[in-house]
Design a protein around this ligand. Structure first.
Ligand code: WTA
Length: 652
């Protein structure tokens, strides 16, 4: 464990501002206090009830949790269903085909509304097109697309035929895409010529071509959406035009019923080693909990609310709270392709005003960025439609929370600070907006049906007022069923630290009321702008550069992005002279992993602080990166190393 758990204590001790729900909000809220009572009375029965109430099944499940193969859970295992049918078909069948599912806004300003009836036709055609290209139940399909409706259509089309999607964030490099295609053994890739980002075209198709050219993949079909209309290379026999394939497919398609435990998707996330983990989610439990949390945490009212989640489909938030949760609940949502400052810093607020967004879900980094730009910018737009705000991805500092509530929420809207992970599939710890009194910076309590706790080193629950490690004490329906192809790594990573409990990797504290305050990661995972990055992964990328002998990476506190990547590198002798080595190394990391992983600072050092057993003491490097005096150096093999590094940092 590299972090101590003292961070955030001061806030905790002084934070006395409390915001109870208004009587008006409480009266109309979807979640009423009896939800807690029902869950507490019979947790597993409660989840089965939710599964049957929320979802449309082909075969109704009668079983709830099956924990006999722990820690791989099975939920509702005797049920069968189709995720796409739940997200689309059933709303059309219920007479809501004319309801807008997606208000799409492209970065250049193009707009498109897609109703549920239109979405049904698109997913049907796309499913047919995939089948025509040989994709069947259980096959893996890689999706590498910008934030355009086709991304959602592609995911749902896979689900419709029982294929397993593996979405790779469009900001990842060809190298990162290549390793994910190989690990998941995908045969088909769905991509676009490009996407718009800050006025520039992302060269997505080119990255796919490069990834496949690296060899070793089984890809024999690449479906290409035309988005930017830029010129792309075309490999005859392998590349297929998306629009032509959809036009050639039938307008209707019968969804394939799958078992509740059939895999729905793989999503890669950074862990504490260099190799990303393919987190696996299955169908019935995942969908139940995505929809459950969407309905109760966001207080969603179908046909009335306009919801907008700003996350990219390349992350889990885009899976659970763009693709599956909202659509399963029949939501109308905004999908925006670009960045918040394209072409002006008021773009988001203009979108809120245009579509009358009522529920907004975004990240602390985005909120802090808007704070920096100034409140006069949102002040130019009418944000009075908003009735609830959500936050996700990182701990939200009280100042950002208060700003969000005052400037964006007009002092009126509840804020739900939602804690969860790629592995948990859905929100686990969050206020319920009509019930919970909130405090800026606390995710408050586990949702009904969830059992979480904060434990000490020995795995014993800590007293209120104490800090420790966040664990989940019992299984939940949307929990990951493991790491693709590596059961042992799943067991080791999450279940070995505290036997019988899921260890989340986060530090947390309980306040005097038992409310939970998240304190950030306690392992070698950084959280930069809400994106998980592994220190080891970036270190391996740095040492793969011929000039680098050794590298150590830490996450340093950053006012805007939460944490920032800071790298310390020892150069090989012959490279020490190179003029632009820092710029070159940053570019190298961007190429190997993606621009999001580029170190903010790279410091060339002569030596790294190591213990006598050779382990790099990242704690000390973090002190330096954050401008503090280095802490206890007594366990260092050579205690003068830190002096030299600190001097170098001050000089740089
Ligand atoms: C962090 C994103 C504090 C946490 C959904 C977790 C949070 C990691 C919060 C998962 C929150 C997420 N408060 N920290 N409300 N939400 N985190 O897998 O460290 O990309 O372990 O999932 O983000 O990141 P992931």
């Amino acid at each position: 464990m590299t972090n101590d758990l003292s961070g955030g204590v001061d806030n905790l001790l002084t934070e006395t501002r409390t915001f109870p729900p208004s009587a008006e909000f409480a009266a109309q809220a979807n979640a009423q206090p009896e939800l807690f009572d029902r869950a507490a009375a019979d947790r597993e029965g409660f989840w089965l009830e939710q599964a049957r109430e929320l979802l449309t099944w082909r075969t109704e499940p009668t079983q709830s949790l099956d924990w006999s193969d722990a820690p791989v859970a099975r939920w509702f295992a005797d049920g069968t269903l189709n995720a796409c049918e739940n997200a689309v078909d059933r709303h059309v069948a219920a007479g809501n085909g004319d309801r807008v599912a997606i208000h799409f806004e492209g970065e250049p300003g193009d707009r498109r509304d897609i109703t549920y009836a239109e979405l049904l036709e698109q997913v049907s055609r796309a499913a047919g097109a995939l089948e025509a290209n040989g994709v069947t139940k259980g096959d893996r399909v890689a999706i590498y697309l910008p934030m355009i409706p086709e991304a959602v259509v592609a995911m749902l089309a896979c689900a419709r035929i029982g294929a397993v999607h593996s979405v790779v964030f469009g900001g990842f490099s060809a190298d990162a895409l290549h390793s994910r295609i190989i690990d998941g053994d995908a045969r088909v890739v769905i991509t676009a010529d490009g996407g718009w980002r800050r006025g520039k075209q992302l060269p997505l198709k080119r990255a796919v071509d490069e990834a496949i050219a690296k060899g070793g993949t089984a890809v024999d079909r690449v479906l290409v959406v035309r988005r930017t209309e830029q010129d792309v290379e075309w490999t005859e026999g392998r590349d297929v035009d998306w629009a032509e394939a959809l036009a050639a497919a039938p307008a209707t398609h019968e969804p394939v019923a799958v078992e509740a435990e059939h895999p729905l998707y793989i999503l890669y996330t950074s862990g504490t080693t260099g190799k990303p983990k393919g987190i696996v989610h299955t169908t019935g439990g995942y969908l139940t909990q995505s929809q459950y949390t969407f309905r109760y945490v966001f207080d969603h009212k179908p046909g009335q609310d306009v919801y907008w989640c700003t996350a990219d489909v390349g992350w889990v938030t885009g899976h659970s709270y763009v693709a599956y949760g909202p659509l399963a609940d029949g939501a109308t949502q905004v999908l925006y392709e670009g960045t918040p400052d394209a072409p002006h810093q008021g773009r988001w607020w203009e979108i809120v005003q245009r579509y009358g967004v009522t529920l907004l879900y975004t990240s602390p980094t985005a909120i802090r960025t808007c704070m920096k730009w100034g409140e006069q910018i949102p002040g130019e737009f009418d944000l009075s439609s908003l009735r609830l705000l959500g936050s996700v991805g990182e701990p939200i500092n009280p100042e950002a929370w208060m700003w969000y509530r005052r400037v964006i929420g007009g002092e009126r809207t509840p804020i739900v600070d939602t804690w969860w992970q790629t592995e948990t599939g859905a929100i686990l710890i969050s206020p319920l907006p009509g019930i919970t009194s909130t405090q800026p910076g606390s995710a408050t309590k586990p949702l009904p049906g969830i059992e979480a706790d904060v434990v000490d080193d020995a795995g014993n629950p800590v007293e209120n007022g104490q800090g420790g490690y966040l664990v989940l004490s019992s299984p939940w329906p949307s929990m990951t069923r493991g790491i693709w192809g590596d059961r042992q790594r799943f067991v080791d990573t999450y279940w070995s630290r505290f036997p019988g409990k899921y260890f989340a990797g986060d530090g947390a504290r309980k306040d005097d009321d038992g409310d939970i305050w998240l304190l950030g990661r306690v392992d070698d995972v950084m959280n930069v702008s809400g994106h998980r990055l592994s220190t080891t992964e970036i270190e391996s990328s740095l040492v793969s550069h011929p000039s680098v002998a050794e590298a150590a990476v830490v996450g340093a506190t950053d006012d805007t992005t939460g944490q920032a990547v800071v790298a310390f590198v020892i150069l090989r002798q012959e490279a020490a002279e190179a003029a632009d080595i820092v710029a070159e190394l940053r570019a190298h990391v961007a190429k190997e992993i993606g621009p999001i992983a580029k170190p903010r600072d790279i410091l060339v050092v002569a030596d790294l602080p190591k213990t006598r057993s050779g382990k790099i003491m990242r704690r000390l490097l973090r002190d330096v990166a954050e401008g503090r005096e280095a802490g206890d150096v007594t366990t260092l093999a050579d205690s003068s190393v830190m002096d030299q590094i600190s001097k170098g940092m001050a000089a740089g």
